[in-house]
Design a protein around this ligand. Sequence first.
Ligand code: FAD
Length: 400
Amino acid sequence: MNRPLKVIIIGAGIGGLTTAIVLRQFGYVVEVYEQATTLRTAGSGLSVMSNAIAALSSIGINLKLEHFGAPIKCFEIRNIRDRLIRKLPIPEISSSNGFDSVCISRKALQEALLQQLDKNVIHIGAKATNITERNDGISIHFADGRETHGDLLIGADGIYSFVRDYIQGNKSIRTADYIAWLAITRYQHPQITSGYVGHYWGTGKRIGLIDIGGGEVYWWGTANMHTEQAHKWQGNNRDILSYYKGWPDIVSDIILQTPSENIIAVPAQDRPFSSCWGKGRITLLGDAAHPMLTSLGQGAGMAIEDASVLGHVLRQQSDPVSALRQYEKIRIPRTEMLVNASRTLSEVEQDDRFFHCLKRNLSLQFVPTKTLKKGLDKSLVFSADGLDLDANTSLSSFRR
Ligand SMILES: Cc1cc2nc3c(=O)[nH]c(=O)nc-3n(C[C@H](O)[C@H](O)[C@H](O)COP(=O)(O)OP(=O)(O)OC[C@H]3O[C@@H](n4cnc5c(N)ncnc54)[C@H](O)[C@@H]3O)c2cc1C
Protein backbone atom coordinates (compact mmCIF):
# COMPACT_ATOMS: atom_id res chain seq x y z
CA MET A 1 0.00 0.00 0.00
CA ASN A 2 1.54 3.36 -1.02
CA ARG A 3 -0.69 5.74 0.88
CA PRO A 4 -0.43 5.85 4.70
CA LEU A 5 -2.88 3.69 6.65
CA LYS A 6 -6.03 5.44 7.83
CA VAL A 7 -7.03 4.39 11.32
CA ILE A 8 -10.44 5.17 12.85
CA ILE A 9 -10.48 5.35 16.66
CA ILE A 10 -13.79 5.27 18.52
CA GLY A 11 -13.55 7.08 21.89
CA ALA A 12 -11.48 10.09 22.98
CA GLY A 13 -10.66 8.87 26.49
CA ILE A 14 -7.10 8.28 27.69
CA GLY A 15 -6.81 5.20 25.46
CA GLY A 16 -8.17 6.79 22.28
CA LEU A 17 -6.15 10.01 22.62
CA THR A 18 -2.92 8.14 23.39
CA THR A 19 -3.47 5.84 20.41
CA ALA A 20 -3.99 8.85 18.15
CA ILE A 21 -0.73 10.43 19.38
CA VAL A 22 1.22 7.20 18.91
CA LEU A 23 -0.14 6.41 15.45
CA ARG A 24 0.38 9.94 14.18
CA GLN A 25 3.95 9.74 15.47
CA PHE A 26 4.42 6.83 13.04
CA GLY A 27 2.83 8.71 10.15
CA TYR A 28 -0.63 7.13 10.00
CA VAL A 29 -3.75 9.14 9.19
CA VAL A 30 -5.94 9.11 12.28
CA GLU A 31 -9.54 10.12 12.99
CA VAL A 32 -10.93 9.98 16.54
CA TYR A 33 -14.71 9.92 17.06
CA GLU A 34 -16.16 10.78 20.48
CA GLN A 35 -19.84 10.58 21.39
CA ALA A 36 -19.66 13.41 23.97
CA THR A 37 -20.23 16.90 22.68
CA THR A 38 -17.28 18.33 24.65
CA LEU A 39 -13.99 16.82 25.80
CA ARG A 40 -14.72 17.26 29.50
CA THR A 41 -13.28 14.91 32.13
CA ALA A 42 -14.60 13.74 35.49
CA GLY A 43 -13.40 15.89 38.41
CA SER A 44 -11.12 13.26 39.85
CA GLY A 45 -7.55 12.11 39.61
CA LEU A 46 -5.54 9.02 38.86
CA SER A 47 -2.04 7.62 38.92
CA VAL A 48 -0.08 7.10 35.74
CA MET A 49 2.43 4.50 36.82
CA SER A 50 6.02 4.24 35.58
CA ASN A 51 5.27 1.31 33.26
CA ALA A 52 2.88 3.48 31.21
CA ILE A 53 5.41 6.30 30.97
CA ALA A 54 8.10 3.79 29.96
CA ALA A 55 5.82 2.40 27.24
CA LEU A 56 5.34 5.86 25.73
CA SER A 57 9.03 6.56 26.02
CA SER A 58 9.73 3.42 23.98
CA ILE A 59 8.29 5.26 20.98
CA GLY A 60 9.88 8.58 21.78
CA ILE A 61 6.87 10.24 23.40
CA ASN A 62 7.35 12.18 26.61
CA LEU A 63 4.18 13.81 27.99
CA LYS A 64 6.22 15.48 30.76
CA LEU A 65 3.53 14.52 33.25
CA GLU A 66 5.72 15.61 36.16
CA HIS A 67 4.84 19.20 35.11
CA PHE A 68 1.11 18.44 35.15
CA GLY A 69 0.89 16.36 38.33
CA ALA A 70 3.03 15.10 41.22
CA PRO A 71 5.63 12.30 40.94
CA ILE A 72 5.04 9.81 43.77
CA LYS A 73 7.65 10.23 46.51
CA CYS A 74 5.99 8.35 49.37
CA PHE A 75 3.36 5.59 49.22
CA GLU A 76 2.06 4.35 52.55
CA ILE A 77 -0.70 2.09 53.83
CA ARG A 78 -2.14 2.97 57.25
CA ASN A 79 -4.74 1.45 59.51
CA ILE A 80 -7.69 3.41 60.84
CA ARG A 81 -5.87 4.12 64.10
CA ASP A 82 -3.41 6.05 61.93
CA ARG A 83 -0.60 3.55 62.42
CA LEU A 84 1.66 2.90 59.48
CA ILE A 85 1.22 -0.65 58.20
CA ARG A 86 3.85 -0.43 55.48
CA LYS A 87 5.51 1.98 53.09
CA LEU A 88 5.38 0.53 49.58
CA PRO A 89 8.62 0.86 47.58
CA ILE A 90 6.74 2.27 44.57
CA PRO A 91 8.88 5.43 44.20
CA GLU A 92 12.07 3.35 44.45
CA ILE A 93 10.91 0.76 41.90
CA SER A 94 9.71 3.49 39.53
CA SER A 95 13.01 5.39 39.80
CA SER A 96 15.10 2.27 39.34
CA ASN A 97 13.26 1.69 36.06
CA GLY A 98 14.11 5.24 35.03
CA PHE A 99 10.59 6.69 35.13
CA ASP A 100 8.49 8.31 37.84
CA SER A 101 4.93 7.25 38.64
CA VAL A 102 2.81 10.40 38.59
CA CYS A 103 -0.49 11.32 40.29
CA ILE A 104 -2.47 13.81 38.29
CA SER A 105 -5.98 15.18 37.75
CA ARG A 106 -7.87 13.71 34.80
CA LYS A 107 -8.21 17.23 33.42
CA ALA A 108 -4.44 17.78 33.48
CA LEU A 109 -3.76 14.38 31.90
CA GLN A 110 -6.23 15.19 29.14
CA GLU A 111 -4.50 18.56 28.63
CA ALA A 112 -1.10 16.84 28.41
CA LEU A 113 -2.47 14.45 25.78
CA LEU A 114 -4.27 17.15 23.77
CA GLN A 115 -1.09 19.23 23.64
CA GLN A 116 0.45 16.45 21.54
CA LEU A 117 -2.43 16.26 19.10
CA ASP A 118 -3.81 18.34 16.28
CA LYS A 119 -7.41 18.94 17.47
CA ASN A 120 -8.70 18.54 13.89
CA VAL A 121 -8.34 14.78 14.23
CA ILE A 122 -11.03 14.67 16.97
CA HIS A 123 -14.68 14.63 15.93
CA ILE A 124 -17.05 15.21 18.84
CA GLY A 125 -20.78 14.51 19.14
CA ALA A 126 -20.18 11.36 17.07
CA LYS A 127 -21.74 8.25 18.60
CA ALA A 128 -20.74 5.16 16.62
CA THR A 129 -23.78 2.98 15.95
CA ASN A 130 -22.92 0.68 13.09
CA ILE A 131 -19.93 -1.02 11.44
CA THR A 132 -19.66 -2.35 7.90
CA GLU A 133 -16.70 -4.60 7.09
CA ARG A 134 -15.41 -4.90 3.54
CA ASN A 135 -12.40 -6.68 2.05
CA ASP A 136 -10.59 -3.43 1.38
CA GLY A 137 -11.61 -1.41 4.43
CA ILE A 138 -14.15 -0.63 7.07
CA SER A 139 -17.01 1.90 7.39
CA ILE A 140 -18.39 3.33 10.61
CA HIS A 141 -21.78 4.98 10.85
CA PHE A 142 -22.77 7.50 13.51
CA ALA A 143 -26.06 8.32 15.22
CA ASP A 144 -26.29 11.72 13.51
CA GLY A 145 -25.98 10.22 10.02
CA ARG A 146 -22.24 10.81 9.60
CA GLU A 147 -20.16 8.03 8.10
CA THR A 148 -16.42 7.48 7.75
CA HIS A 149 -14.14 4.91 6.13
CA GLY A 150 -10.74 3.62 7.10
CA ASP A 151 -8.28 0.75 6.85
CA LEU A 152 -8.49 -0.18 10.54
CA LEU A 153 -10.90 0.39 13.43
CA ILE A 154 -9.76 0.68 17.06
CA GLY A 155 -12.51 0.42 19.67
CA ALA A 156 -11.27 2.63 22.54
CA ASP A 157 -14.81 3.28 23.71
CA GLY A 158 -14.60 2.25 27.34
CA ILE A 159 -16.29 -0.32 29.57
CA TYR A 160 -19.65 -0.06 27.76
CA SER A 161 -17.90 -0.40 24.38
CA PHE A 162 -20.09 -0.56 21.30
CA VAL A 163 -17.18 -2.04 19.31
CA ARG A 164 -16.71 -4.75 21.94
CA ASP A 165 -20.39 -5.65 21.66
CA TYR A 166 -19.95 -5.87 17.88
CA ILE A 167 -17.00 -8.28 18.33
CA GLN A 168 -18.25 -10.35 21.27
CA GLY A 169 -22.01 -9.83 21.47
CA ASN A 170 -23.56 -7.99 24.39
CA LYS A 171 -22.24 -9.48 27.63
CA SER A 172 -22.92 -8.26 31.11
CA ILE A 173 -20.71 -6.12 33.32
CA ARG A 174 -19.29 -7.77 36.47
CA THR A 175 -20.11 -5.92 39.67
CA ALA A 176 -17.94 -5.76 42.79
CA ASP A 177 -20.51 -4.61 45.36
CA TYR A 178 -18.76 -1.52 46.56
CA ILE A 179 -18.99 2.16 45.81
CA ALA A 180 -16.16 4.64 45.19
CA TRP A 181 -16.44 8.34 46.00
CA LEU A 182 -13.93 10.57 44.22
CA ALA A 183 -13.03 14.24 44.52
CA ILE A 184 -10.31 16.83 44.07
CA THR A 185 -10.04 19.63 46.58
CA ARG A 186 -7.58 22.36 47.57
CA TYR A 187 -6.22 21.12 50.87
CA GLN A 188 -3.15 21.58 53.04
CA HIS A 189 -2.00 19.28 55.81
CA PRO A 190 1.51 18.53 57.07
CA GLN A 191 0.98 14.83 56.33
CA ILE A 192 0.33 15.50 52.64
CA THR A 193 3.81 16.41 51.47
CA SER A 194 4.84 16.71 47.82
CA GLY A 195 4.27 13.39 46.06
CA TYR A 196 2.40 11.85 49.01
CA VAL A 197 0.06 8.89 48.57
CA GLY A 198 -1.60 7.47 51.68
CA HIS A 199 -4.18 4.69 51.75
CA TYR A 200 -6.14 3.91 54.92
CA TRP A 201 -7.43 0.34 55.15
CA GLY A 202 -10.50 -0.38 57.29
CA THR A 203 -13.01 -3.23 57.29
CA GLY A 204 -14.97 -3.08 54.01
CA LYS A 205 -13.89 0.55 53.56
CA ARG A 206 -10.85 2.45 52.40
CA ILE A 207 -9.72 6.01 51.84
CA GLY A 208 -6.89 7.30 49.66
CA LEU A 209 -5.30 10.77 50.00
CA ILE A 210 -3.11 11.77 47.09
CA ASP A 211 -1.09 14.88 46.31
CA ILE A 212 -1.57 15.84 42.65
CA GLY A 213 0.46 19.07 42.81
CA GLY A 214 -0.58 22.72 42.64
CA GLY A 215 -2.03 22.62 46.17
CA GLU A 216 -4.68 20.08 45.18
CA VAL A 217 -5.40 16.74 46.78
CA TYR A 218 -7.25 13.91 45.04
CA TRP A 219 -9.10 11.73 47.54
CA TRP A 220 -11.22 8.65 47.08
CA GLY A 221 -13.19 6.55 49.51
CA THR A 222 -14.79 3.13 49.13
CA ALA A 223 -17.45 1.27 51.10
CA ASN A 224 -19.07 -2.10 50.51
CA MET A 225 -22.54 -1.56 49.05
CA HIS A 226 -24.88 -3.56 46.81
CA THR A 227 -24.44 -2.50 43.23
CA GLU A 228 -28.06 -1.36 42.73
CA GLN A 229 -27.72 0.85 45.81
CA ALA A 230 -24.35 2.16 44.58
CA HIS A 231 -25.89 3.07 41.20
CA LYS A 232 -28.65 5.05 42.92
CA TRP A 233 -26.49 6.64 45.66
CA GLN A 234 -27.12 10.38 45.97
CA GLY A 235 -25.74 11.54 49.29
CA ASN A 236 -23.61 14.48 50.39
CA ASN A 237 -20.26 14.79 52.15
CA ARG A 238 -21.86 14.23 55.59
CA ASP A 239 -23.42 10.98 54.35
CA ILE A 240 -19.97 9.86 53.20
CA LEU A 241 -18.46 10.87 56.53
CA SER A 242 -20.92 8.59 58.33
CA TYR A 243 -19.04 5.61 56.83
CA TYR A 244 -15.76 6.73 58.43
CA LYS A 245 -16.69 7.43 62.06
CA GLY A 246 -13.68 7.13 64.36
CA TRP A 247 -11.16 7.31 61.48
CA PRO A 248 -8.21 9.74 61.71
CA ASP A 249 -9.08 13.46 61.77
CA ILE A 250 -7.47 14.08 58.39
CA VAL A 251 -10.10 11.82 56.81
CA SER A 252 -13.13 13.61 58.30
CA ASP A 253 -11.46 16.96 57.68
CA ILE A 254 -10.90 16.47 53.97
CA ILE A 255 -14.35 14.96 53.38
CA LEU A 256 -16.13 17.78 55.21
CA GLN A 257 -14.24 20.55 53.49
CA THR A 258 -15.00 19.14 50.00
CA PRO A 259 -18.20 20.65 48.58
CA SER A 260 -20.70 17.83 48.02
CA GLU A 261 -21.26 18.89 44.39
CA ASN A 262 -17.56 18.19 43.70
CA ILE A 263 -17.82 14.55 44.79
CA ILE A 264 -18.48 11.84 42.20
CA ALA A 265 -19.89 8.42 43.15
CA VAL A 266 -19.24 5.37 40.95
CA PRO A 267 -20.07 1.68 41.51
CA ALA A 268 -16.99 -0.57 41.26
CA GLN A 269 -17.19 -2.81 38.21
CA ASP A 270 -15.14 -4.66 35.62
CA ARG A 271 -15.76 -7.49 33.16
CA PRO A 272 -14.69 -11.12 33.22
CA PHE A 273 -11.59 -11.18 31.02
CA SER A 274 -12.14 -12.16 27.40
CA SER A 275 -9.38 -12.97 24.92
CA CYS A 276 -11.63 -12.14 21.99
CA TRP A 277 -10.52 -8.60 21.13
CA GLY A 278 -10.86 -8.38 17.42
CA LYS A 279 -11.45 -9.74 13.96
CA GLY A 280 -10.34 -8.62 10.54
CA ARG A 281 -9.59 -4.91 10.58
CA ILE A 282 -10.97 -4.31 14.07
CA THR A 283 -9.42 -4.46 17.52
CA LEU A 284 -10.11 -3.20 21.04
CA LEU A 285 -7.96 -1.11 23.38
CA GLY A 286 -8.11 0.16 26.98
CA ASP A 287 -11.28 -0.37 29.01
CA ALA A 288 -13.10 -1.59 25.91
CA ALA A 289 -10.76 -4.60 25.91
CA HIS A 290 -9.96 -5.13 29.61
CA PRO A 291 -11.82 -2.98 32.16
CA MET A 292 -10.36 -3.64 35.60
CA LEU A 293 -11.06 -2.72 39.21
CA THR A 294 -9.02 0.16 40.51
CA SER A 295 -6.91 -1.47 43.23
CA LEU A 296 -3.68 -1.54 41.21
CA GLY A 297 -4.26 1.91 39.67
CA GLN A 298 -3.41 0.51 36.24
CA GLY A 299 -6.53 0.82 34.02
CA ALA A 300 -5.29 3.91 32.21
CA GLY A 301 -1.73 2.61 32.38
CA MET A 302 -2.79 -0.49 30.46
CA ALA A 303 -4.57 1.65 27.84
CA ILE A 304 -1.35 3.64 27.38
CA GLU A 305 0.72 0.43 27.11
CA ASP A 306 -1.81 -0.95 24.58
CA ALA A 307 -1.46 2.16 22.42
CA SER A 308 2.34 1.96 22.52
CA VAL A 309 2.46 -1.73 21.60
CA LEU A 310 -0.10 -1.21 18.82
CA GLY A 311 2.13 1.52 17.38
CA HIS A 312 5.20 -0.73 17.45
CA VAL A 313 3.55 -3.72 15.77
CA LEU A 314 1.85 -1.65 13.07
CA ARG A 315 5.20 -0.12 12.23
CA GLN A 316 6.94 -3.49 12.18
CA GLN A 317 4.40 -5.58 10.24
CA SER A 318 3.70 -4.98 6.57
CA ASP A 319 0.20 -6.51 6.83
CA PRO A 320 -1.93 -4.32 9.14
CA VAL A 321 -4.48 -7.06 9.86
CA SER A 322 -1.70 -9.43 11.02
CA ALA A 323 -0.35 -6.54 13.10
CA LEU A 324 -3.67 -6.27 14.98
CA ARG A 325 -3.57 -9.99 15.78
CA GLN A 326 0.04 -9.68 16.95
CA TYR A 327 -0.89 -6.71 19.15
CA GLU A 328 -3.64 -8.81 20.75
CA LYS A 329 -1.27 -11.75 21.24
CA ILE A 330 1.25 -9.52 23.05
CA ARG A 331 -1.28 -7.63 25.18
CA ILE A 332 -3.70 -10.39 26.26
CA PRO A 333 -1.50 -12.21 28.83
CA ARG A 334 -0.39 -9.00 30.59
CA THR A 335 -3.82 -7.40 30.74
CA GLU A 336 -5.48 -10.65 31.84
CA MET A 337 -2.96 -10.91 34.68
CA LEU A 338 -3.76 -7.35 35.79
CA VAL A 339 -7.58 -7.68 35.50
CA ASN A 340 -7.39 -10.76 37.73
CA ALA A 341 -4.82 -9.29 40.14
CA SER A 342 -6.88 -6.10 40.53
CA ARG A 343 -9.97 -8.17 41.36
CA THR A 344 -8.08 -10.33 43.89
CA LEU A 345 -6.46 -7.33 45.58
CA SER A 346 -9.78 -5.51 45.62
CA GLU A 347 -11.42 -8.44 47.44
CA VAL A 348 -8.66 -8.40 50.04
CA GLU A 349 -8.86 -4.62 50.44
CA GLN A 350 -12.68 -4.55 50.70
CA ASP A 351 -12.86 -7.54 53.08
CA ASP A 352 -15.25 -6.67 55.91
CA ARG A 353 -14.42 -9.53 58.29
CA PHE A 354 -12.51 -8.12 61.25
CA PHE A 355 -10.04 -10.99 61.76
CA HIS A 356 -9.39 -11.32 58.04
CA CYS A 357 -8.52 -7.61 57.97
CA LEU A 358 -6.21 -8.01 60.96
CA LYS A 359 -4.46 -10.89 59.19
CA ARG A 360 -4.29 -8.86 55.97
CA ASN A 361 -2.65 -5.92 57.74
CA LEU A 362 -0.16 -8.17 59.56
CA SER A 363 0.70 -9.97 56.31
CA LEU A 364 1.49 -6.68 54.62
CA GLN A 365 3.47 -5.47 57.62
CA PHE A 366 5.72 -8.53 57.67
CA VAL A 367 5.95 -9.60 54.03
CA PRO A 368 9.66 -9.63 53.06
CA THR A 369 10.64 -6.57 51.01
CA LYS A 370 11.96 -8.82 48.26
CA THR A 371 8.56 -10.50 47.88
CA LEU A 372 6.75 -7.18 47.98
CA LYS A 373 9.03 -5.73 45.30
CA LYS A 374 8.66 -8.80 43.12
CA GLY A 375 4.86 -8.43 43.23
CA LEU A 376 4.96 -4.69 42.46
CA ASP A 377 7.49 -5.18 39.64
CA LYS A 378 4.91 -7.23 37.75
CA SER A 379 2.76 -4.20 37.14
CA LEU A 380 5.30 -1.36 37.33
CA VAL A 381 7.68 -2.65 34.68
CA PHE A 382 6.79 -2.32 31.00
CA SER A 383 8.26 -5.22 29.12
CA ALA A 384 9.22 -4.92 25.47
CA ASP A 385 8.95 -8.72 25.03
CA GLY A 386 7.61 -9.55 21.59
CA LEU A 387 8.59 -6.13 20.24
CA ASP A 388 11.54 -5.47 18.03
CA LEU A 389 12.74 -2.12 19.41
CA ASP A 390 15.47 -0.45 17.44
CA ALA A 391 18.16 1.84 18.78
CA ASN A 392 16.16 5.00 18.11
CA THR A 393 13.06 3.79 19.87
CA SER A 394 14.44 2.12 22.94
CA LEU A 395 13.21 2.26 26.49
CA SER A 396 16.10 4.52 27.39
CA SER A 397 15.00 7.39 25.09
CA PHE A 398 13.59 9.55 27.85
CA ARG A 399 14.98 8.06 31.01
CA ARG A 400 15.74 10.66 33.61
C1 FAD B 1 -12.62 5.24 40.53
C2 FAD B 1 -11.60 4.99 39.48
C3 FAD B 1 -10.26 5.22 39.75
C4 FAD B 1 -9.29 4.91 38.79
N1 FAD B 1 -7.98 5.15 39.08
C5 FAD B 1 -7.05 4.84 38.17
C6 FAD B 1 -5.66 5.09 38.43
O1 FAD B 1 -5.28 5.60 39.49
N2 FAD B 1 -4.74 4.75 37.48
C7 FAD B 1 -5.11 4.20 36.28
O2 FAD B 1 -4.23 3.91 35.46
N3 FAD B 1 -6.41 3.96 36.00
C8 FAD B 1 -7.38 4.27 36.90
N4 FAD B 1 -8.69 4.05 36.62
C9 FAD B 1 -9.05 3.42 35.34
C10 FAD B 1 -9.02 4.40 34.21
O3 FAD B 1 -9.80 5.54 34.52
C11 FAD B 1 -9.54 3.74 32.96
O4 FAD B 1 -8.94 2.50 32.78
C12 FAD B 1 -9.25 4.60 31.75
O5 FAD B 1 -9.81 5.88 31.91
C13 FAD B 1 -9.81 3.93 30.51
O6 FAD B 1 -9.61 4.78 29.41
P1 FAD B 1 -10.29 4.40 28.04
O7 FAD B 1 -9.88 5.48 27.10
O8 FAD B 1 -10.03 3.00 27.68
O9 FAD B 1 -11.87 4.48 28.31
P2 FAD B 1 -12.75 5.71 28.72
O10 FAD B 1 -12.02 6.69 29.53
O11 FAD B 1 -14.02 5.16 29.27
O12 FAD B 1 -13.07 6.44 27.32
C14 FAD B 1 -13.97 5.89 26.40
C15 FAD B 1 -14.52 7.03 25.55
O13 FAD B 1 -15.31 6.47 24.51
C16 FAD B 1 -16.47 7.26 24.35
N5 FAD B 1 -17.49 6.40 23.73
C17 FAD B 1 -18.15 5.36 24.28
N6 FAD B 1 -19.01 4.79 23.40
C18 FAD B 1 -18.87 5.51 22.25
C19 FAD B 1 -19.49 5.40 20.97
N7 FAD B 1 -20.40 4.46 20.67
N8 FAD B 1 -19.14 6.31 19.99
C20 FAD B 1 -18.20 7.28 20.27
N9 FAD B 1 -17.60 7.42 21.46
C21 FAD B 1 -17.92 6.53 22.44
C22 FAD B 1 -16.81 7.68 25.77
O14 FAD B 1 -17.66 8.81 25.78
C23 FAD B 1 -15.44 7.96 26.33
O15 FAD B 1 -15.02 9.29 26.13
C24 FAD B 1 -9.68 4.37 37.55
C25 FAD B 1 -11.03 4.16 37.26
C26 FAD B 1 -11.98 4.47 38.21
C27 FAD B 1 -13.44 4.21 37.89
